[in-house]
Design a protein around this ligand. Sequence first.
Ligand code: KG4
Ligand code: ZN
Length: 355
Amino acid sequence: MPERKNNRQQEQASGEEALILGIETSCDETAAAVVAGGRKVLSNLVSSQVELHARYGGVVPEIASRHHLSLLNPLIDEALQEAKVNFSDLQAIAVSHGPGLVGALLVGVATAKALAYATRLPLIAVNHLSAHLYANRLEGAEISYPAVNLIVSGGHSELLLATESGRHTSLGHTRDDAAGEAFDKVARVLELGYPGGPIIDKMAGQGNSRAIDFPRAWLGEEGRFDFSFSGLKTAVINHLHQARLQNRQVNPADIVASFQEALVEVLVEKTLAAAKEHGAKTVLISGGVAANSRLRAKMKERIKEELPRASLYYPSLKLCTDNAAMIAAAAYPLYRQGKFASLDLNAYPGLKLEL
Ligand code: KG4
Ligand code: ZN
């Protein structure tokens, strides 16, 4: 007698409810997650190494790799347990294979390959940067096209246009420091700790954002959708230097509030200009810097003023910063298209955004 499948098994076989294990080790977060059908998060665990790196003022690649190695396997077991599934329930194993730190990426890639080999499950290679785009979808964003996406993380600042079909084209990107990198570097010169973004975000609340008129790099007509934050970072350093030479006291809260305001204004106005020019119906922000409270508030305020009919989405804080749920979600369309990686998959530290 043929075996009868229940609804769940039928859905899984057709791919609609495919259970995918996501693995993320591109920088200093070790993460594992199980996501069903590209949307339903069954578990999403992140073991942050932030405290280990904080004493050095930034991520130390060798330390990151070593900790991924000891943290990843138990974390995967925990992610499966929390999702109440076994390896035999999964349909695929997805891993972020770039961009990122090569040694860190290699731990995730080698682990995913070994698991795929042992379980005979298909392996899916995910671009970490493209995966940031999936954070909003995981929380039910209803995307009407055209849509403008701003990805702002520790390593990237990208402005993208998604057309009717959901395909992306690049409108602009950073010419030097990424937005998160600028936060981290400014926090470092002020000796505030690592990572700088959340510290500055909190401290800026106690400062006057109009105290210092730091430069905004608009980059003229040709670079109207590109970003540049190294001049802003240098302006903060020069401000501190001048104060020191003149023996003047500075108020760090005013400095970070003014710095944050300058950076956020550029991100918001450029995203808004792109959204207006392309008649965007949806604006989405993602990546670690999308956790910034001033960016979220200002983007909301300006879109309401200038594009009241567009919807704005930003992920919950946990899905802004690096996580493996976004890796499993980004793997889902690849799973549906049968785009699997072979067991000689490598890590690509400089992998570009896939459009
Ligand atoms: O996306 P992410 O976790 O890792 C990368 O792919 O780079 O982003 C990390 C970056 C760091 O630079 C961190 O300082 C920044 O995101 N970040 C923030 C906030 N939370 C994290 N920046 C500004 N405000 C925040 N609240
Ligand atoms: Zn990231």
